[in-house]
Design a protein around this ligand. Structure first.
Ligand code: ATP
Ligand code: MG
Length: 415
């Protein structure tokens, strides 16, 4: 892609009312556009980052047997009334509206109810189980406060997978399997280091659920971590009984603020019973399906990664989620400079390397500043000064380390 063909522009300032660093940086770099508090549009570069995050999650969900679907945002009230969650005292984040004829509608804040109802059309016998449908979808939640940029939106992307199992044992085995898939997701996103599978409250069907919490100063949650024992506990279940059960003591744990990037939850028959999702077992008896739900927040992750991997110059994306791998800066606008830059652009692109080519007629300083703000991992400069030697300047975004390389050396570096 050529910078001249992207309609967005970088800017020195973010909107005055934007207090979150992730949104300030992403807006300045032209990745997102703020529609209103907690509501953001994804622009060309931002859409690529979001898609890369989504693709990593998709690959890991497919690897554990996920079936990708796309449910509807518009929801009629019946099925939510059956589960007891239409009431705003139970679910306080609803956005509700009405059809022209007065019928109540809601914009889905999550999808347990409609999916449980949908699966009644396909699950009859034990032979139809287990199954693992999942989706990437925009969820709508009327969050009370939305001051954390992409990390707490009123409209945001979620990956939600639901497991439908015959027995508790079958459920437990999948729960462990998807937990490992979550570890791989956060590892691939560059968050392996500070992300902990955290004991959290479990509801009626399990003592605990598990949250995946990334330690961060901008987190809204408090967790207690023992790095030594690899255990983390959410404040909500942090008490003497739980500590004894997990075999840790208070002095082994440090208090951290953290961001919940995902969670896995045993639902049991919380939804299958009220909505009548049953199957006939081997002996011909009807039994409620045993369910679980598994969320990850791609929008929140994008905000967290932006915030986490940044410095005073701008963003600094980890390789796997960067919108492009290489920022190619052309210095000089004469035919020779252009031919040399075009040549390298083609050579790199032909090798499958994703290049963002700054072909604009701009000062070198402006191009370098944009490369830094955009946070592309590798910067390569084609300049008249180096062309006599057939050399290129290479700078790594994160370390700022600069090297002068031949084409072969450059290709080896970027391979
Ligand atoms: P929180 O406690 O932070 O409000 P939650 O428990 O409501 O989160 P879930 O309903 O389990 O979250 O949603 C699944 C995932 O979706 C979360 O782990 C998080 O990554 C993401 N998520 C939840 N709410 C938001 C939001 N308002 N904006 C962006 N992502 C969100
Ligand atoms: Mg919430």
């Amino acid at each position: 892609m050529r910078v001249s063909e992207i309609f967005t522009k970088t800017s020195k300032d973010a909107p005055a009312d934007e207090v979150a660093k992730n949104a300030q940086l992403l807006i300045r770099a032209g990745y997102i556009y703020k529609e209103m508090a907690g509501v953001y549009a994804y622009l060309p570069l931002g859409k690529r980052v979001l898609d890369k995050i989504i693709q990593i999650i998709r690959e890991e969900m497919n690897a554990v047997g996920g079936n990708e679907i796309s449910l509807t945002a518009l929801q009629s009230s019946e099925v939510w009334q059956a589960s007891g969650r239409w009431d705003e005292s139970v679910m306080d984040v609803w956005f509700k509206t009405k059809l022209a004829n007065g019928t109540d509608l809601g914009l889905a804040p999550t999808h347990e109810e409609p999916l449980t109802k949908l699966m009644k059309a396909y699950i009859r016998s034990y032979k139809d189980l287990p199954v693992y449908p999942y989706q990437f979808q925009i969820k709508f939640r009327n969050e009370l406060r939305s001051k954390s940029g992409l990390m707490r939106g009123r409209e945001f992307w979620m990956k939600d997978l639901y497991s439908f199992s015959r027995t508790r044992e079958e459920h437990d085995a999948f729960y462990e399997k998807i937990s490992l898939a979550y570890d791989r997701v956060f590892e691939r996103l560059g968050l392996g280091e500070g992300t902990y599978k955290t004991f959290a409250s479990g509801g009626s069907f399990a003592k605990f659920s598990h949250e995946f919490q990334t330690v961060s100063p901008v987190g809204e949650d408090t967790i207690y971590v023992s790095r030594e024992k690899g255990i983390a506990i959410n404040q909500e279940v942090y008490n003497d009984e739980v500590l004894a059960e997990l075999g840790v003591t208070r002095d082994e744990l440090t208090e951290e603020t953290a961001v919940e990037v995902g969670n896995i939850f045993t639902l049991g028959t919380r939804f299958s019973e009220p909505l009548g999702l049953t199957f006939t077992d081997e002996s011909g008896q009807a039994r409620p399906v045993f369910m679980g739900s598994y969320g990850i927040g791609p929008s929140r992750l994008m905000g967290l990664i932006a915030e986490h991997f940044s410095d005073d110059k701008g963003l600094a994306w980890p390789q796997n989620v960067a919108p492009y791998s290489v920022y190619l800066v052309q210095i000089g606008t004469d035919d020779e400079a252009t031919a040399r830059a075009e040549d390298l652009y083609k050579t790199l692109s032909d090798k499958g390397i994703e290049v963002l080519y700054d072909d604009r007629d701009e000062r070198p300083g402006a191009k370098f500043a944009d490369a830094e703000l955009l946070g592309i991992p590798h910067r390569v400069t084609v300049s008249p000064r180096l062309s006599a030697d057939g050399a290129y300047e290479y700078v790594e975004r994160t370390s700022g380390q600069q090297e002068i390389l031949t084409l072969d050396q450059l290709l080896a570096k970027l391979a």
